[in-house]
Write a protein that binds this ligand. Sequence first.
Ligand code: SAM
Length: 400
Amino acid sequence: MNVQTTNISHFPKQLASHSARSPHRRPALFSVPNESYAFRFSSHSPLVTRERFATSTIVKTSSPTPDAILQTAFGFWNSKVLLTAVTFDLFTALGQQRLTGAEIGKKLQLHPRGLADFLDALVAMKFLEREGDGAEAKYFNTPATALYLDRSSPRYIGGIPEMLNARLFKYWNDLPEALRTGKPQNETKHGGKNIFDELYADPDKLECFLDGMTGISRINFEALADKFDFSRYRTLCDIGGATGLLCIEVAKKHPQIECISFDLPPVEPVAKKHIAAAGFTNRIHTATGDFFQDPLPKADVITMGMILHDWNLEKKMNLIRAAYDALPSGGVFIAVEALIDDARRENVFGLLMSLNMLIEFGDAFDYSAADFEKWCREVGFKRFEVIHLAGPSSAAIAYK
Ligand SMILES: C[S@@+](CC[C@H](N)C(=O)[O-])C[C@H]1O[C@@H](n2cnc3c(N)ncnc32)[C@H](O)[C@@H]1O
């Protein structure tokens, strides 16, 4: 495979290997001001040496610290604080302003007991800035929270933390059961419906899920539009296109391309709304259907963002075949996913995403570039490459 850029070397540190064998590589998620605290989660914590404990003989062998274990064990505390802040819309409430704790408490209707702990924990985690100390201190957005977690920002990604808070936080509590049974643990756990039928029967759940997809995919689609050479192509069809985001990002940067966003019927009105808001009704169209029943619209480029990982191998192969059939000779098939590294040792997020597919679907799973190449070769694709997109995600590309 022609790997243009591998994904592994580009992972942000938080998403890269959590191997207990290299705890010194772990970035500190907590930081504490002095050594007297029980845990010092720092990438530079001094090695604990056995000589500290030995009284009669000095043994100089160093032993590993428990930092990595504790940091991951307590990770859900950090996660829940951030998810709660997004769900309260704290970052939008702050917007461009600087507000005291009391002013924020009044806006969000919060009890005074937890307020300073909540806000200062967000400061310590670098999700808020604070000017001054005590009751007069003012809190404000960081550059990242202003860009990604203030709803008025065109690059808002808060839909994914909101979806994690509303759904997956509780479903992951049943991971042990999923591991024992191989069965999904979400809304489908006690009924026979497909998850999309389940979610799309309720307009609030449909919106929550699609906003979640926007949140997780925005930076990948922006990167795809920047990094892949679309100049040779005139038509693109995004399969399972949700709100039309991939088409919108490609259309923004490549004026020669006409796009179709293909998805299930309940999604179409939402996609149309987003496409109109972005001003692309002339160049982005919608089409509806079931990608397991209906032929895919023909196009020079067929894209699937986080589609293949939703299904078992048989269904993955059906989708790859359908993409092949919809392409002309020389056409290109692009799958955007948190591709697992071939050796399955590095991309923690990709591996956890695959466990998330267990929680959501049971038999669905994430995969590596080598898997993608093998499956696509079987169907007839001839040439392959991988382009790293953002964070743990990549585009796996197959040419017909
Ligand atoms: C995990 S989401 C991915 C959304 C988007 N591509 C992204 O990467 O953000 C899967 C998408 O596939 C669509 N989908 C699921 N089953 C489908 C089917 N049988 N036919 C067409 N679309 C389907 C869903 O409606 C949803 O938009």
